[in-house]
Design a protein around this ligand. Structure first.
Ligand SMILES: CC(=O)SCCNC(=O)CCNC(=O)[C@H](O)C(C)(C)COP(=O)(O)OP(=O)(O)OC[C@H]1O[C@@H](n2cnc3c(N)ncnc32)[C@H](O)[C@@H]1OP(=O)(O)O
Ligand SMILES: O=C([O-])CC(=O)C(=O)O
Length: 450
């Protein structure tokens, strides 16, 4: 047999070895994707960090869809974001403090914490040189590799004591913006032939400002930095059950080191059904701008969205990106906030027509999805956080390569808070669910008899 045929032979076996009848999940009462029949998540843990609410349980049984609510350490995200906006301050550092500590910092605590973050932003010279050296066009991949490398420079990488976990968490939160900005500048140079600028983080700038400075130099506006700061606040945590945070909790429960666990979380977030969706949404939006001739024609939009759901349009995945959520049903509170900023910004930038089209796609996607699925699906869908974020980033001049990394730059706060919690409750136990084997027994056959 020719060597290359082996790949096809083995790959062909996947058709039968990976086929598991849907009915078997029902028969063995297996919760597909750790989800109950009514789509709610199977309860697998307790947390005091974030609360994600999309429905109420009725006393007579069943779920009642309610407008989505997101809470960080007991504080409603809307109150946090609007409170900080009203005081005309940057809020991501404060959000990180809140998630890590469980309480809001006073003035002195906030100043000290912000200074600590600022001082931890520069990278080891060796890490910078390595980022320069890392081949590749995907910043999530470069970020994961850089995080794994931080293990080498940490004098105490495997120590899971409280103090050390907190020190590592602060280092990671501070260094993510630097790694991402450097990686983008290098990528821009190596893949797009642009001149190479490495701007080191500055003192006395917020993380949002510093990121924009490192990415594009001093030519960013205060309103761009404020919007980025707000977006960072919104993406910081989403409870313990989202795919990347759960990944961090699962890996942490084995007692592995912080860098291995966070690199695994980055890998999860990169997926197009999770944080990677923000990139897909903007790509899908540009595609729709091209294929839909009349951006106000509901019938034309519906027809194309139906094609997408039938796996005949766009990337033929059958997905409409930025729509649907494991928990939220009526609304994702983050999407509502991002949508309002997008609306205002679009007005400012003369992009009202584009915004109106995106808003109409949201409306039609929900309608079309419900019609397409009919009574096959018991839950309604809404736009999620990824639906408007890319449009906002695009308007503030951010390149698409950093959209998903920006999610990671914010979510590192939630990941580290959850890792700390996973390793510090008294009754902790390694996370180890079960899989039922549904294959048939097979005899061992000697090689010359096969
Ligand atoms: C930060 C975040 O991670 S937010 C989510 C970002 N991801 C996306 O935007 C990708 C598009 N959305 C999706 O794929 C899904 O809505 C998810 C992955 C977010 C949630 O999936 P689920 O928890 O399975 O959602 P839910 O239980 O409501 O799904 C019901 C059915 O509708 C399908 N569905 C849900 N949303 C969509 C969508 N946007 N496009 C097509 N089909 C969808 C599901 O695949 C599922 O089908 P199945 O019953 O055949 O398995
Ligand atoms: O909760 C989820 O499943 C996904 C999500 O919105 C997030 O992680 O922000």
């Amino acid at each position: 047999m020719k060597d290359e045929y082996m790949i096809y032979k083995l790959s062909d076996s996947i058709k039968s070895t990976s086929h598991i009848d849907n009915e078997l999940f029902v028969k063995h009462n297996v919760k597909r994707g750790l989800r109950n029949e009514d789509h709610s998540g199977v309860l697998v843990g307790l947390t005091k960090i974030g609360d994600v609410v999309g429905y109420e349980r009725m006393p007579e049984g069943g779920l009642k869809a309610i407008p989505g609510k997101l809470v960080y350490r007991g504080i409603n995200i809307e109150d946090l974001v609007k409170g900080i906006e009203k005081e005309n301050r940057y809020g991501f550092e404060e959000t990180a403090f809140l998630l890590l500590s469980g309480f809001l910092p006073d003035k002195d605590e906030l100043e000290t914490f912000t200074r600590l973050l600022n001082q931890s932003m520069p990278l080891e010279q060796k890490t910078t040189m390595n980022i320069l050296d890392l081949e590749g066009h995907n910043i999530m991949n470069i970020l994961a590799r850089s995080v794994l490398e931080m293990y080498t420079f940490d004098p105490n990488p495997d120590d899971t004591s409280r103090d050390n976990l907190m020190r590592q968490s602060i280092e990671l939160i501070a260094k993510f913006p630097t790694i991402i900005a450097y990686a983008y500048n290098i990528l821009r140079h190596s893949q797009q032939g642009r001149s190479l600028h490495i701007r080191h983080p500055k003192e006395n700038l917020s993380i949002a400002e510093n990121f924009l400075f490192m990415l594009k130099g001093p030519q960013y506006t205060q309103s761009e930095a404020r919007i980025l700061d707000l977006a960072l606040m919104l993406h910081a945590d989403h409870g313990g059950g989202n795919n990347s945070t759960f990944t961090v909790r699962v890996t942490s429960s084995s007692g592995t080191d912080t860098y291995s666990s966070i690199a695994a979380g980055i890998g999860s977030l990169k997926g197009p059904l999770h944080g990677g969706a923000n990139l897909r949404v903007i790509d899908m939006f540009h595609h729709l701008q091209e294929v839909i001739s009349d951006w106000t024609d509901k019938d034309e939009i519906d027809a194309y969205l139906t094609k997408m759901l039938r796996k005949e349009g766009y990337n033929k995945s059958g997905k409409i990106y930025g729509i649907g959520h494991a928990v939220y049903t009526i609304s994702d509170p983050r999407a509502l906030l991002l949508k309002e900023w997008a609306r205002n910004l679009a007005k400012e930038k003369g992009l009202d027509k584009e915004f109106a089209f995106l808003e109409l796609i949201e409306e039609r996607a929900i309608e079309t999805f419900m019609k397409f699925k009919g009574n096959q699906v018991k839950k309604r869908v809404c736009a999620n956080v990824d639906f408007y974020s890319g449009f906002v980033y695009e308007m503030i001049g951010l390149p698409k390569e950093v959209y998903t990394p920006l999610f990671a730059m914010s979510r590192i706060t939630g990941w580290t808070a959850h890792r700390i919690e996973e390793l510090n409750f008294d009754s902790k136990r390694i996370i180890r669910p079960a899989y039922k084997n549904v294959s048939e027994d097979a005899p061992f056959i000697p090689l010359d008899k096969r």
